[in-house]
Design a protein around this ligand. Structure first.
Ligand SMILES: [Mg+2]
Length: 258
């Protein structure tokens, strides 16, 4: 492929844990020298992502990553000099929609607690269900998926989608998932979707891996089985190596195939 932009999920894709391995960090520099842009597309808030980069000694002053998409697609920031500047038009609109999301889900908190604890008799490992927040860590992926299906059936929201990331279930903005925001970033750089490589490992990455926006999808070997099947079905690349090493394998292989 004619590769111009690599968009990569952070947790369990670019890294197994903090810090990002030096080999992976250097690889980011190497592809930049080839004229390929690098974008982080994560469910974490921007501050968290910047902390990971700083702990990993990724010097943004050297010009990468060129953009950061945070909160599962809700917010976009571009690197200008040494700072990340927000995509004002997009972020302002999403901020407003987040407020509606909080209202949409706020009054149903009690119902969801009932579904989880009374109906399914599940005791989550961690639970933040409050006015406008829904973030629950289950004991296993099966539990999380069962609750996701039940809650999705019970709700008909305009701005809220319940996304599962491994054992986590999170309420996210339906109007700005990872793929939709990545399309905006690609357009900002003037890069067509078929020159964009999207790499992810879990369900919250599906929006950028399912072919809907025309990106080339890929996954590291540690990705969820369902994700690997999805990537294969879209003629994408599934690495034989996990996490950061898998990312390097994927990008090298696609660069060589050009
Ligand atoms: Mg991940």
């Amino acid at each position: 492929m004619d590769l111009k932009l690599v968009a990569c999920d952070l947790d369990n894709t670019l890294m197994e844990g903090v810090p990002i391995e030096p080999e992976v960090r250097e690889f980011m520099v190497e592809i930049r020298e080839e004229g390929i842009k690098f974008v982080i597309n994560s469910g974490r808030p921007l501050k968290d992502i910047l902390d990971v980069l700083s702990d990993s000694k990724v010097p943004c002053s050297r010009g990468y990553p060129e953009a950061i998409i945070s909160m599962h697609g809700a917010f976009i920031h571009y690197l200008k000099g040494k700072n990340y500047i927000e995509d004002e038009e997009w972020n302002k609109e999403k901020e407003k929609e987040m407020e509606i999301l909080r209202q949409e889900i706020g009054w149903k908190s009690k119902l969801w607690e009932k579904i989880i604890e009374d109906k399914f008799k599940i005791k989550p490992l961690r639970k933040e269900i409050d006015q406008g927040v829904f973030r629950v860590l289950f004991n296993n992926e099966k539990e999380a998926e069962k609750v996701r299906e039940a809650i999705t059936r019970e709700s008909n929201f305009k701005y809220t989608t319940f996304l599962r990331n491994k054992c986590f279930l999170i309420a996210t903005l339906s109007t700005a998932q990872k793929g939709c925001s990545l399309l905006r970033v690609a357009q900002h750089f003037g890069i067509p979707p078929n020159e964009v490589l999207a790499i992810g490992d879990s369900h919250n990455d599906m929006d950028m891996l399912n072919g809907r926006y025309g990106f080339v999808p890929a996954a590291p070997s540690n990705a969820d089985e369902e994700i690997k099947s999805l990537v294969k079905s879209k003629s994408g690349y599934v690495a034989s190596l996990p996490e950061g090493k898998g990312v390097i394998e994927i990008v090298r292989s696609l660069m060589d195939s050009h």
